[in-house]
Each structure stands twice: as structure tokens, then as C-alpha cells.
Design a protein around this ligand. Structure first.
Ligand SMILES: Cc1cc2nc3c(=O)[nH]c(=O)nc-3n(C[C@H](O)[C@H](O)[C@H](O)COP(=O)(O)OP(=O)(O)OC[C@H]3O[C@@H](n4cnc5c(N)ncnc54)[C@H](O)[C@@H]3O)c2cc1C
Length: 465
């Protein structure tokens, strides 16, 4: 027998940014709101607690951003990364609505700070949260509690009950017991399915066993599956995921931001067979780091090795795990457990192909290789100055792109193209409508904040407020 909670006006599933934006907005509209969060109180906040910054439209410089970032520039940037895989109506709505976040977020407890040094060219377009995503989520939870939102931790929703596309109740598991919660309207804000390795395997095969998940182990896509089972229209490439080059020594889940490695442009990268496989200096790292996860995922055993010398070390953000260090290339290979003679040969061939130029990490400089396949187009300098350093790399999955289709009211669209009356979605579970491919730094939070607020407002309206 399931425990039954008294019915709510609005039920929110998930405990990250999109969920809390929805819960706070619905509560402020007058609705009685309950949030069901899978994680413990200490680990609440999903992937949102790993974030640092949010992209938003603004018309002028402020204390925290250096100049204007208008709708058209934002839209062009989005078109650039998605190559058109975006719904323009929803995208422009997100961009325009993002303008109010600079005030809305502090009004709900978030504090800004000046951009961090070494961040990826974001000082004009993005706001940085003081204390990062963890402090942001703590602020939102404090606001929600003050407003009277009920929050249930360690409560994993397993089943959604819908009749004729109308939400009736959700069945969750709490302390080993079933817990049923009815509400007049539902907001699903339960993230992607990146932590569900068996589901990733459906598209990636055994390779998915070697993926590292950068965020919460709780984003297993159970609610996405439930919505699809009830006939929601899918959106986004099921195989698509945002993946970066991660230190292979990172924990399997929840390593967060610090395990990303930015050493690639300053040396060479080889796979397990000690072969280079891609141009390490193709473009500026902020424009390329997100392709390296997929590149490594396509290599044997999904592992690669970044090799640099002492000249390269000062040019990227220090790594959280110290690099493997050796006095010779052969010794470095031995320490990394790859073939020493093969690595020496690859480094020699690379060194011979390097054309002298003036090295400048701040520009697409003329330091490149000649006659090497694949080439290294910029920042190519001989790897010849000991000590030598190496990092093992694995694909680090940030989020998946598959989600449900929504309209401008954040209503979930069913396969007959009609909206489910009282079912709304926000955040990563619907972000594929707007970001079908690629990534714009800080845009995950933008989509979740804007659609979280819309979902909260519309769910409250649907419940009579
Ligand atoms: C390391 C890292 C750094 C990032 N940095 C940035 C950044 O600086 N800026 C940016 O914009 N984006 C960043 N992102 C992306 C960003 O985290 C996401 O776009 C955003 O947090 C998604 O918010 P969300 O609310 O949709 O999902 P999440 O914050 O992941 O929340 C999902 C919630 O759903 C809960 N949940 C899942 N299933 C269930 C269930 N069945 N029942 C109950 N609860 C459930 C989870 O416990 C979790 O609380 C980063 C991601 C990572 C991993």
C-alpha cells in the first residue's frame, strides 16, 4: 500500500535549478507546491550545483559584465553552435526572458561576483554566481523553504499516472516504501539521462562503460522515459551528449568542473595504440574542448593520453590531479602504461614536422606542423624540454540532448501534437528543443531558469492561480 500525501496544487519532480525556479514561481503565484528530489539534502541540486555562470541578454555593462550582449548577438551565437538545430520561437523567448534573470536571481537569494580569471572568454556575456552553483542552489532552497514550499529528499519518482494526457499522480520510492503524490499540475525538471549507463549503451555500445559522468548519479532519465511511455513527443538526438576530455582519474560520478583538462592544445594526444587522431590545435580551446569527449569515446578502450613538456605546463588551468611526470619520453610512456618506443617515435615525428613561428596562446598563431597527419594547426612547438608530463583522458559526459517537446507555455507536447493540459517540463529534460547540438557556455542554466519560471507560472495558472 502506498503512503498518500495530501494533494498539492503543483508537484515538481527534480531538485536542480529548473525545479527550484519552477517551485518558487508557482508558490509566489499562490499555489501549494511540493518538490520531490531524489538526492539527499547534502547532495541536492543535481548538476546545477556544479555550475559557475549563466548567459543572459543585457543592454549595457554592469558591475559584473563588461558590455552589452543583445538579442541578435545571442541568437547568432546560438545559431553558430547548433547549426540551426534549434526552435527559433522557443530560443528567442529564452533569450528575451533571460534579460530579467540578472535581477530575478538576486531577488531570490543568488549573489554575483566578478568573472573568475582564466574563464573561457565569458566576461561580456555571462554572470558568475558567488560561491558557484552550490551557493545558488542553497539560496533557492532557503527561499523556497521560507515561502512554504514542501521539499521531500531521498524521494525517487518511479511512475507517473496520467489519464488521457492528464497528470493524476506520481508514485515515488521513499525509505523503501511507495509514496503517492497527487497534484492539479506537474512540472518535470529531472534533468537528462547521462547517469544511466545501460541507456547510454543502447546508442554507444560497450564504450559507455568507460564514460565518466561529470554530474549527479541521480539523472537516470526515469521521468523522461515515463513521459515518453505516456506518449510525449521526443525531441533531440538520442545519441547526442555533451562530452569533454576529462582526467581519467576522476570519480565515476559527480567530479564536477575541476576534473576537466585543458592541456590538449599545448602538446599532442595519442590513443592506446600510441597514434595521434585529431588536430590538437585546430581552434581556440573554448571552441573545441566539447568535441574532445566524443573524439576519445571513438578511440580504442575510450582512453587517450595528453603529452606535454615543461614549456606547455604553465599555459592551462592547473589540474586537480598532478600530471604523471618523467625525465624522458620513454619513461613517461612506461609510467602511462603505453608502448615507450612507439611514443618516442610519435614525438620524434611530430617534433620534426614543427615549423618555427612565434608562439602565442592568445591568437591562432603560426606555430604549426608540416607534412604531419593529422596536422597540428596552431601552438605546435617541439616536445623537447624535460620534465615531460602526461595525463590519461576519458570522455566526460556533461548532459544528454534527448528530451520531450514543449511549447511556449512549457507544456509537454504529445505525439498527436496536442499539449498535455497539466504537464510541464523545464531544464535539461526539454533543453534539446532549443539546443539541439553543440553548447554555449552558461546556456544550460539560462534554459532551465527561463523555462523553470514559465513552467511554474503556467502550472500554477493551470491549478487555478
Ligand atoms: C560539471 C558541470 C559544470 C557545468 N557548468 C555549467 C555552467 O557553469 N553554466 C551552465 O549554464 N551550465 C553548466 N552545466 C550544465 C548545467 O548543469 C545544466 O544545464 C543544468 O544544471 C540543468 O538543470 P536541471 O535543473 O535541468 O537539471 P539538474 O540540475 O541536473 O537537476 C535534476 C534533478 O532531478 C533529480 N531527479 C532525477 N530523476 C529524478 C526522479 N526520478 N525523482 C526525483 N528526482 C529526480 C536529480 O536528483 C536532480 O536534483 C554544467 C554541468 C556540469 C555537469
Amino acid at each position: 500500500m502506498a503512503n498518500s500525501r495530501a494533494p498539492f496544487d503543483v508537484l515538481v519532480i527534480g531538485g536542480g535549478n529548473a525545479a527550484l525556479c519552477a517551485a518558487i514561481t508557482a508558490r509566489r503565484a499562490g499555489a501549494k507546491v511540493c518538490v520531490l528530489e531524489c538526492a539527499t539534502r547534502d547532495f541536492r541540486g543535481g548538476n546545477s550545483r556544479h555550475t559557475r555562470d549563466i548567459r543572459y541578454m543585457h543592454r549595457a555593462a554592469t558591475d559584473y559584465v563588461t558590455s552589452a550582449y543583445d538579442e541578435e548577438e545571442f541568437w547568432r551565437d546560438l545559431l553558430g553552435v547548433t547549426g540551426g538545430a534549434t526552435n527559433e520561437r522557443l530560443a528567442r523567448l529564452t533569450i528575451r526572458e533571460s534579460e530579467t534573470l540578472g535581477d530575478w536571481m538576486p531577488a531570490n537569494g543568488v549573489r554575483w561576483q566578478k568573472p573568475l580569471r582564466g574563464t573561457l572568454h565569458l566576461t561580456r556575456s555571462n554572470l558568475f554566481m558567488l560561491g558557484g552553483g552550490k551557493a545558488m542552489m542553497n539560496a533557492y532552497y532557503a527561499t523556497a523553504a521560507k515561502l512554504g514550499v514542501e521539499i521531500a529528499y531521498e524521494t525517487e519518482v518511479r511512475e507517473l499516472k496520467l489519464t488521457d494526457s492528464q497528470f493524476v499522480s506520481a508514485v515515488a520510492s521513499h525509505n523503501g516504501a511507495a509514496d503517492e503524490c497527487a497534484a492539479k499540475a506537474l512540472v518535470v525538471a529531472s534533468g537528462g539521462f547521462e547517469a544511466n549507463i545501460p541507456w547510454l549503451k543502447e546508442y554507444w555500445g560497450e564504450a559507455a562503460d568507460n564514460f565518466i559522468i561529470r554530474g549527479t548519479p541521480h539523472n537516470r532519465g526515469g521521468m523522461l522515459k515515463e513521459l515518453l511511455r505516456h506518449g510525449a513527443k521526443p525531441e533531440g538526438d538520442p545519441r547526442g551528449c555533451h562530452a569533454v576530455a576529462l582526467d581519467a582519474r576522476a570519480p565515476k560520478f559527480d567530479g564536477g568542473i575541476v576534473t576537466r583538462l585543458d592541456s590538449v592544445p599545448f602538446g599532442i594526444v595519442v590513443n592506446k595504440d600510441v597514434k595521434r587522431f585529431y588536430d590538437e590545435g585546430e581552434d581556440f580551446w573554448p571552441k573545441r574542448y566539447a568535441i574532445w569527449g566524443r573524439l576519445i569515446a571513438e578511440q580504442p578502450e575510450q582512453i587517450a593520453y595528453s603529452i606535454i613538456d615543461s614549456k606547455g605546463l604553465p599555459h592551462f588551468m592547473p589540474s586537480v590531479f598532478p600530471p604523471v611526470e618523467a625525465a624522458s619520453i620513454g619513461a613517461l610512456a612506461t609510467a602511462l602504461e603505453i608502448a615507450p618506443s612507439a611514443l618516442s617515435a610519435v614525438v620524434d615525428e611530430y617534433n620534426r614536422s614543427v615549423r618555427a613561428g612565434s608562439f602565442d596562446p592568445g591568437s591562432l598563431d603560426e606555430c604549426r606542423t608540416e607534412g604531419l597527419h593529422p596536422p597540428k594547426s596552431h601552438w605546435a612547438r617541439p616536445i623537447d624540454t624535460p620534465p615531460y608530463y602526461g595525463y590519461p583522458l576519458r570522455p566526460g559526459i556533461t548532459f544528454t540532448y534527448l528530451g520531450v517537446t514543449v511549447n511556449e507555455q512549457a507544456q509537454v507536447i504529445m505525439q498527436d501534437d496536442r499539449p498535455a493540459k497539466n504537464v510541464f517540463a523545464a531544464g535539461e529534460v526539454m533543453a534539446g528543443n532549443i539546443l539541439g547540438k553543440g553548447y554555449l557556455a552558461g546556456f544550460g542554466l539560462t534554459i532551465g531558469s527561463v523555462f523553470g519560471r514559465i513552467a511554474g507560472r503556467e502550472a500554477a495558472r493551470c491549478a487555478g492561480f
